[in-house]
Design a protein around this ligand. Structure first.
Ligand SMILES: NC(=O)c1ccc[n+]([C@@H]2O[C@H](COP(=O)([O-])OP(=O)(O)OC[C@H]3O[C@@H](n4cnc5c(N)ncnc54)[C@H](OP(=O)(O)O)[C@@H]3O)[C@@H](O)[C@H]2O)c1
Length: 387
């Protein structure tokens, strides 16, 4: 790659620093299965502002400062590693950055998204159609990886992987709590593409949005009757478990599975009914500006964990935490990013949603974008364009 190219990144220079600082960043040598991408569009995820506000020591102790955050990017390939087969220089791609993943601790900042040139792994990147803008394409990666981990990994819900264009209906229903989130948006589309029936929850204003993604039933997660509503919708169906997205939702999903009559449904075939919750979200975090925030956040996690263990034991429900970057370490990552997504995006079977909310242009806007997401969005993805 030309030595004339310089790179800049939005750095978190030390724990809890605000704002991020735009500084020159190194361009490291590519590993054989990596591609270097000129980032045109990047999206913000809750984990970005959570790591900035709470620090890395509790959840990601291997991350070291100064640190570049960011997981979702779309752009143009400018260099490929020696073993790369699926991509060429000039290709338009999206990809899930592996920078926060423990396995990539040595290349942490190089494999992060908030920079001009980011490194992606071939098996966690997809070609995008010419009709899809970079700013809209970058909304997908972490939502996609997280949904795919929970739905398809054998140690999670173990659903059948989708194949482009080929939907084989299955007499199976999955509960996806939080359908209007970025994760939920991808999860509904992936489950439907694999032939499963989806029941979901979101605010009533997003019912149409979730139905258009393919959900059969939508319920308001804030309603006092939501548990009985979902239990009613599940009646007589072969339920294969739940993907719980949204604060405290794993506990509510366990309440629902504990009330569903698993015995009355036929339990034959390759994917039997199962009491399983893929846990995407934990409890609500206490904002760091509040009194005793760290202590109160830890106590919320302890209470959440104890409730999860108790409900799981009391109702014989299995569960597992989802890690959105984990599909990079098994067959699910390449099955989704290389085999399914490029063709499904091209045919319209899978859509790059939620809609991008472009906060601004340039790395200097990344902090503002993180603050916008932290304040809350509804069925939108906060995006910054760089080119
Ligand atoms: N474990 C992992 O690896 C992983 C990876 C990515 C994300 N996550 C977690 O997954 C969650 C969603 O992340 P995201 O990026 O997809 O979020 P997002 O797109 O920013 O979420 C915004 C949406 O959240 C919905 N929402 C808020 N509270 C909810 C609740 N209690 N139940 C259901 N929906 C709720 C709102 O729905 P309405 O507007 O319809 O009310 C809103 O549309 C977060 O908790 C995040 O930390 C975990």
């Amino acid at each position: 790659m030309s030595n004339k190219i310089t790179n800049h990144a939005a750095y978190l220079t030390k724990a809890k620093a605000h704002p991020l600082e735009v500084l020159e960043a190194p361009l490291t040598a590519l590993e054989p299965n990596a591609i270097r991408v000129r980032v045109h569009g990047l999206a913000i995820n809750p984990i970005d502002h959570i790591l900035q506000a709470q620090g890395t020591s509790l959840a990601f102790p291997w991350l070291k400062y100064p640190l570049v955050l960011g997981i979702d990017v779309a752009g143009t390939v400018v260099e490929i590693g020696t073993s790369v087969k699926n991509f060429n220089v000039g290709d338009r791609v999206l990809g899930e950055c592996m920078g926060t993943d423990k396995v990539h601790v040595d290349s942490q900042s190089a494999e992060a998204g908030f920079q001009e040139y980011s490194v992606l792994r071939e098996h966690m990147s997809s070609m995008i159609p010419d009709t899809l803008s970079f700013e809209q394409a970058c909304v997908l990666p972490l939502g996609l990886g997280t949904a795919a981990c929970g739905l398809f990994q054998k140690d999670h819900l173990g659903m059948e992987l989708p194949k482009p264009g080929e939907v084989v209906p299955k007499d199976r229903t999955v509960l996806i709590w939080g359908g209007s989130t970025s994760v939920g948006t991808c999860a509904i589309q992936l489950a439907v593409a694999s032939g499963y029936n989806v029941i979901t929850t979101c605010s009533p204003k997003n019912f149409e949005y979730c139905r258009a993604l393919g959900a059969k039933h939508c319920f308001d997660y804030k309603s006092t009757t939501v548990v009985q509503d979902v239990v009613g919708a599940l009646r007589g169906k072969v339920c294969i478990g739940a993907l719980a997205v949204g604060a405290n939702s794993p506990l509510v999903c366990m309440n629902i599975l504990s009330k569903h009559d698993f015995k009355s449904t036929k339990n034959e075939g390759t994917h039997p009914a199962r009491k399983f919750v893929s846990v995407v979200s934990g409890p609500d975090l206490v904002p760091p500006t509040e009194r005793l925030a760290t202590l109160r956040t830890i106590s919320r996690f302890v209470a959440f964990g104890v409730s999860l263990l108790y409900k799981s034991w009391r109702h014989s429900i299995q569960w597992k935490f989802v890690l959105g970057t984990e599909p990079a370490r098994n067959e699910v990552g390449p099955a989704i990013y290389n085999d399914f997504l490029p063709a499904a995006l091209k045919s319209g079977q899978f859509r790059a949603l939620p809609e991008a909310m472009v906060v601004g242009h340039g790395l200097e806007k990344v902090q503002e974008a993180m603050d916008v997401l932290k304040a809350g969005v509804s069925a939108k993805k906060v995006v910054v364009t760089l080119v």
